[in-house]
Design a protein around this ligand. Structure first.
Ligand SMILES: [Zn+2]
Ligand SMILES: [Zn+2]
Length: 222
């Protein structure tokens, strides 16, 4: 499940976008709001206590480094990790910077999944709307179908690959708490940005608030 869920969610999102080409942006926004609060809650409830219990020095610094790292990644990805795409017109070539930064992001996110099974659900729910949004964007931009397929499949395998690396490379185990702290920083930034961007102009929106509360509750009882 740890490997399958994050993989399938991207493949599924890609397929949905290809087959139905969702017109209703509203539902996607709600799913995004839910994924943001669910992911943030899992991070605070599950991941955060564990890294501090490891009693390693400088854990807080690594969390801040994770936040900083994600901010830097978003200079290149323009916010694709939180379902934000910019640009008009057609895209002829694969956007490599976006691709590489999205892959690094997804790979790192896979790291703590082996120890935190709930996070597999969190990442899956977080990457599903992003796969739909990215595929729809690239289809509109008339990106080559093969390049699009390659892009989405690579994105899909990155998180399971990160999980695999954390379990298969014993050398990394020594740094488990520190790398997880970096991932916590990444998740903090991503999920709070998703929640922030889903509430346009800070207007009260009962549907979005409900999705955010639902995300918190689900993370508490899972
Ligand atoms: Zn954004
Ligand atoms: Zn992600």
């Amino acid at each position: 499940m740890n490997y399958i869920l994050p993989l399938l969610s991207v493949v599924f999102g890609y397929a949905i976008a290809l087959l139905i080409q969702p017109k209703k942006k509203k539902n996607l926004k709600l799913l995004l709001a839910f994924s943001g609060s669910f992911l943030l809650s899992l991070t605070v409830l599950d991941l955060l206590p564990e890294v501090y219990e490891s009693h390693q020095a400088g854990i807080g610094v690594f969390i801040m480094l994770g936040i900083l790292f994600q901010i830097i990644l978003e200079f290149f990805s323009k916010g694709a990790e939180h379902g934000h795409v910019h640009g008009h017109g057609t895209i002829k070539k694969l956007p490599w910077l976006l691709f590489v930064s999205l892959c690094i992001h997804a790979f790192l996110e896979g790291f703590p999944v082996g120890q935190h099974h709930n996070l597999a659900y969190g990442i899956a729910i977080h990457h599903l709307p992003i796969a739909v949004i990215l595929t729809t964007f690239f289809l509109d931009a008339q990106l080559n179908k093969t390049a699009l397929f390659f892009f989405m499949m690579a994105f899909a395998v990155m998180t399971p690959l990160g999980t695999f690396a954390s379990e298969a490379l014993p050398g990394l185990q020594k740094y488990y708490a520190k790398i997880t702290a970096v991932v916590i920083g990444i998740l903090f930034h991503i999920s709070s940005t998703i929640i922030f961007e889903s509430s346009e102009g800070h207007k009260f929106n009962i549907a979005k608030i409900s999705m955010i509360i639902l995300g918190i509750l689900l993370a508490c009882f899972i």
